[in-house]
Design a protein. Structure first.
Length: 240
């Protein structure tokens, strides 16, 4: 599959950089920091439920990942071209139609109208729109592309040996988007893992084709923005 062989240079990240990024995301962002915020909320009641706590938290974490992943982004600056702009736009259309097709199949097989992840986001969106917009349109595209494409895929990819990091990064990306379902033992939601895996493959292809992490960030941002617009439409119709 030559489509995943465009990037031939070794990763600009050192092993230390890679470890710091993975620890910051999987331990810091997902586990330790939320725990600290909950402890603060116990000491200062209402802190965690304050609408801007989550916005500030994700804004700070976005800046942290931009700093830690700066070597990857600096490298991408060498690969700016028209391809870096129009390829993610075309890929977004492919992702949208492909996801819609897979979604219909999954709904028929599982009986679920939506994934647990999407349903949870919709509920959170109803409570705090600004927080979800910041998470989905700014934080997730930047942090997840740096982690899943920049670190897990790119750092472990060797020239001509892309298959293992491609599979691992795709499965991890898909699993993370089904994490709430896994933690709550809603096993039927695992039907959606192929859908998230498809998204990951399209994003990775975009990164390979352009050799520019900004392109995968743009694609991720477009996809999530479409989801946000769909949520706005759903909420507006519910209110009516």
């Amino acid at each position: 599959m030559n489509i995943f062989k465009n990037i031939k240079d070794s990763s600009p990240l050192s092993s230390f950089d890679m470890v710091i990024l993975l620890v910051t995301y999987f331990l810091g962002y997902l586990l330790i920091i939320p725990g600290v915020l909950l402890v603060i909320d116990m000491l200062v009641p209402g802190f965690y439920s304050w609408p801007y706590t989550d916005v500030i938290f994700h804004t700070i974490m976005t800046l942290v990942f931009l700093f830690l992943g700066s070597k990857l982004l600096q490298e991408s600056n060498k690969h700016w071209s028209l391809n870096a702009i129009y390829i993610p736009i075309i890929a977004a259309m492919v992702m949208m139609w492909g996801s819609a097709f897979l979604g219909i199949i999954i709904q028929n097989l599982s009986g679920q109208t939506d994934s647990v992840n999407q349903s949870l986001l919709l509920d959170m969106f109803k409570e705090n729109r600004l927080s979800i917009i910041v998470q989905a349109v700014i934080f997730a595209p930047i942090a997840e592309e740096i982690i899943f494409r920049g670190v897990i895929y790119r750092h472990f990819k060797k020239a001509g040996r892309y298959l293992v990091p491609l599979i691992v990064s795709t499965l991890l990306f898909a699993s993370m988007h089904s994490l709430n379902a896994i933690l709550t033992a809603q096993w039927t939601d695992l039907w959606y893992i192929p859908l998230y895996g498809f998204m990951a493959l399209v994003i990775t292809y975009t990164y390979e084709k352009t050799q520019n992490l900004y392109s995968s960030i743009i694609l991720h941002c477009i996809n999530n923005s479409i989801s946000i617009l769909a949520m706005m439409y759903a909420v507006a119709n519910t209110i009516k």
